[in-house]
Design a protein around this ligand. Structure first.
Ligand code: ZN
Ligand code: ZN
Length: 265
């Protein structure tokens, strides 16, 4: 059984295609399940240039997923997900917002260090004026907060900070072990996200260094393409499957109404 738990659509304003186009592509490549997981709205519609507004969530995103789930139920299982953002200070807003919908799962992602969207190509120059080791430490500090928040089911692209190829100059082993010990305690899954292969770093999220730690700690894996265009649904899953065999015992987590279960790929 093969599942893509991480997909976007035009509502976030930096992806192409309707939700239905993503589902149709998933069917065409033989996936058994697709999760719709566009970027969450934020308090006061902050950062609305890169995400749907709250009004779009209620009027369009949520109802469309349920209509399409019904329409395609004989061809594919459609899950209602969301890619949440962990930002210190927004926790209670996120908790209230997430509780209002019947999500199958919510991905917890870190895309911001303070107000810097460090994975946004528009703001990449900031890597050159900051200490890269400090950036990594700040990033993993936010991941720790996300794991401890209890708000999310999946850690999204857990080493996203490498996206443009900036590498720390000091060993990160201790930082990584602290983070993934917290993730283990949280009972969350960590996604294998193939989109890194399509970014300047040209590497899966996470790296095999991180996957080794995950496997040592017995942290469950899940799988997503992070498609921002319908053709990218299921992209490079042949490579991801090899990693799931090697580091996850051939199993991934799937979600229904925020309950995790494991399937064999
Ligand atoms: Zn995006
Ligand atoms: Zn993301």
């Amino acid at each position: 059984m093969l599942v893509d738990n991480h997909t976007h659509n035009y509502l976030c304003k930096h992806a192409d295609g309707m939700i239905e186009n993503y589902i149709q592509h998933a069917i065409s490549i033989g996936l058994d399940e697709i999760g719709i997981s566009d970027h969450t709205p934020m308090p006061d519609n902050w950062d609305r240039e890169f995400r749907m507004t709250e009004e779009q969530f209620w009027k369009e995103y949520s109802p469309t997923v349920f209509v399409l789930r019904e329409k395609y139920k004989n061809k594919i299982s459609v899950k209602f997900g969301l890619e949440g953002d962990f930002m210190p200070g927004t926790e209670s807003w996120v908790k209230t917002f997430n509780a209002k919908s019947d999500f199958d799962y919510v991905i917890g992602s870190v895309h911001y260090i303070d107000d810097w969207g460090f994975d946004n190509p528009t703001f990449v120059a900031k890597y050159d004026v900051k200490d890269v080791n400090e950036i990594y430490e700040q990033y993993y500090d936010r991941i720790n907060g996300s794991a401890q928040s209890g708000l999310f089911d999946i850690i999204g692209h857990c080493d996203l900070v490498k996206k443009f190829g900036h590498r720390p100059t000091k060993a990160m082993e201790e930082v990584l072990r602290e983070t993934f010990a917290l993730v283990k305690q949280s009972n969350m899954a960590v996604e294998i996200n193939t989109s890194g292969l399509r970014k300047p770093v040209k590497e899966m999220y996470p790296s095999e260094t991180v996957l080794k730690i995950l496997s040592e700690y017995g942290i469950p894996l899940t799988l997503g393409s992070d498609a921002h265009t319908p053709m990218d649904v299921g992209r490079d899953f042949d490579l991801a499957k090899q990693l799931i065999e090697r580091y996850g015992g051939g199993k991934i987590s799937v979600f229904s109404k925020r309950q995790r279960s494991e399937i064999k790929i």
